[in-house]
Design a protein around this ligand. Structure first.
Ligand code: HEM
Length: 183
């Protein structure tokens, strides 16, 4: 994945747990990179090793780390120069969720080797929708839970998200029920 992702993990760990913990995590993950470069591609394995090591050092489950990361990503991208881009793709949570593929197409202009996820929103009601998540990668669904919670904060919308089907148990995509209430 692009270095921007690994940099965000670094930022999250340093701001919540301090620089020493980050050094410990990097050492445990056997990563000898001083600074990640946002626009450079790194093997997915680097990100997975960082999450695993963070889980061991911080004594949190990998799922909890990925969820916290997803939530953080919404703030992080806004402060790292992608705020205006985020604002282009919707004024409400459901509108934004419907536009996630358009957002990543736009992101792909700056990150030409992006392997983006794909999302589909179905059964949209006044206060809920089903969000389907398709990906070339495995194991990232806890991150989606955090991302949607982070978007809830961005749009000042109360959200409740539960996973209703999983690729881990043979479904063709991960699916989430998202209930929301604009504040
Ligand atoms: C302007 C804001 C955003 C930027 C710049 C951005 C950029 C990226 C980048 C660089 C990657 C790594 C993929 C790669 O390197 O091949 C990624 C992956 C991902 N993004 Fe975004 N993203 C943004 C917003 C969002 C939002 C709001 C969501 C909410 C659901 C989201 C969901 C994901 C997911 C789930 C992945 C994992 C990739 C996979 O499943 O294969 N992103 N994004």
């Amino acid at each position: 994945m692009y270095g921007l992702v690994n940099k965000a993990i670094q930022d999250l760990v340093c701001s919540r747990f301090g620089k020493d913990k980050w050094q410990e995590i990097k050492q445990k993950a056997e990563i000898n990179v001083d600074m990640f470069v946002s626009m450079e591609g790194y093997p997915d394995d680097v990100t997975h090793r960082l999450v695993k090591a963070a889980s061991e050092v911080l004594e949190l489950s990998p799922q909890a780390i990925m969820q916290a990361f997803g939530e953080f990503w919404v703030e992080y991208t806004s402060t790292e120069g992608y705020g205006e881009m985020m604002d282009m793709f919707g004024d409400t949570l459901p509108e934004f969720l419907e536009n996630l593929d358009n957002l990543h197409s736009r992101v792909g202009v700056s990150f030409p080797k992006l392997q983006p996820p794909s999302f589909e929103t179905v059964e949209i009601e006044d206060d809920s929708l089903n969000l389907q998540y398709y990906s070339d990668r495995e194991g990232l669904s806890p991150m989606v839970v955090g991302l949607v919670k982070g978007l809830g904060k961005k749009f000042q919308t109360e959200v409740d998200i539960t996973q209703t089907q999983s690729r881990d148990t043979g479904a063709d995509c991960d699916e989430f029920l998202v209930k929301y209430k604009q504040q």
